[in-house]
Design a protein around this ligand. Structure first.
Ligand code: NAP
Length: 336
């Protein structure tokens, strides 16, 4: 451990990832203030290494040795100003959702239970049950690594799309330090997703309130997703692919009832359906196990390595492409 100006710097140490892969970084720095972030950037530049911002490691798959200064965002604080919630990047995302719902502010309740930090949310434009963070996000404060300046970005500057943003497209440029969400005092709509509708139909509740929606989402997620502290995983491993109308026609002709969701003039096919129809659900590929309740989740119950995971990933991609002619793309951030 080194003391670098005001912050604690660990050299060549392991860092946390929810897939439980063994991985070390050249330096790991805990960022508790803006000054720490500036100092971490100076350290990275002095060492000739990239600065790699990290939240709680719930959406990364790292190789065994990362040559970088890993900056673990631990900036804390949440405030409510009228119908706006401002949160620092290091807050746990679900605690932000809980804070909003406790304050009777709707807009993000469908994003309940998504693991990770608030600052990581905009990177892949986290989404669930028909909501995306981009729908509520008005502004972000970022740190520009190159110019060493803090800046404000508006929603329109972030080039948001399905599980994508400028922060994925221009990796290594910004560190998100704070986000501002514009929420509503209106009663939210029930998400138009089968699992949610079935949940409330069973309860004979056709107009659930915000807290009931949050509770439903947390319970549904719990039944379909493994707890990473029990079975290491990083949630949905692949993105749902989008295809053309022509491709949908071909798929239906060849395979019958393929689920399809139209968004604008593209058609979304659930990646989990494609993987499941190849019989992978609950099966092992080497040391990786495909979760028994959700084919989109790869799990690591047996101490797999990075290579084991890449092997399972490529086996699934190959099989899906061979059968359906669709190329899957990882949703998780693979650090090769
Ligand atoms: P599901 O209900 O089994 O449906 C499979 C896929 O079909 C989903 O991924 C969803 O796409 C799409 N879909 C289903 N109903 C839809 C509708 N009414 N309109 C548009 N698209 C629809 O999905 P699931 O695996 O249990 O996940 C439920 C939700 O939680 C999804 O929104 C999913 O993205 C989200 N989730 C996210 C993560 C993560 O790690 N990022 C993990 C688990 C679940 P979309 O994914 O585009 O919604």
């Amino acid at each position: 451990m080194l003391c670098y100006l005001n912050m604690v710097v660990d050299k060549n140490v392991a860092f946390k990832n929810s897939f439980a892969l063994e991985s070390r970084a050249s330096f790991v720095v805990k960022i508790e203030s803006k000054r720490d972030l500036l100092e971490a950037t100076l350290l990275a530049k002095k060492e000739g290494l990239p600065l790699f911002p990290l939240g709680s490691g719930t959406n990364i798959v790292p190789k065994p040795q990362i040559e970088a200064v890993v900056a673990v965002l631990a900036l804390r604080g949440i405030v409510k100003e009228n119908k706006t919630v401002k949160t620092m990047a290091g807050e746990n995302w679900d605690e932000v959702v809980a804070f909003a719902t406790q304050n009777n502010l709707s807009g993000i309740e469908a994003l309940s239970g998504i693991p990770g930090t608030a600052g990581a949310g905009p990177i892949q434009n986290i989404g669930a049950y028909g909501s995306e963070i981009k729908d509520s996000l008005v502004q972000l404060e970022v740190f520009d690594i190159q110019t060493e300046e803090f800046k404000v970005l508006e929603n329109r500057d972030c080039n948001f799309s399905y599980r994508d943003s400028i922060f994925k497209q221009e990796k290594g440029k910004f560190v998100i330090t704070e986000i501002t969400l514009a929420l509503s005092e209106e009663k939210p709509q029930m998400p138009d997703y089968r699992d949610v509708k079935n949940y409330f139909a069973e309860k004979e509740n056709s107009a659930p309130n915000m807290l009931e929606i949050r509770k439903a989402i947390l319970e549904i997620r719990k039944s379909k997703l493994p707890d990473p502290s029990v079975i290491p995983n990083c949630g949905s491993f692949f993105k749902n692919p989008f295809v053309t109308a022509e491709k949908v026609k071909k798929l239906k002709e060849e395979f019958g009832n393929v689920p399809v969701f139209q968004q604008n003039n593209l058609f979304k096919i659930p990646a989990g359906f494609l993987i499941d129809s190849l019989g992978f659900k609950g099966k092992k590929i080497g040391k990786i196990e495909i979760y028994k309740n959700n084919a989109l989740v790869l799990t690591n119950p047996y101490g797999a390595t990075f290579e084991d995971l890449l092997f399972a990933k490529s086996e699934i991609e190959r099989a899906v492409f061979q059968k359906f002619g669709i190329k899957l793309e990882a949703e998780v951030n693979i650090l090769e």
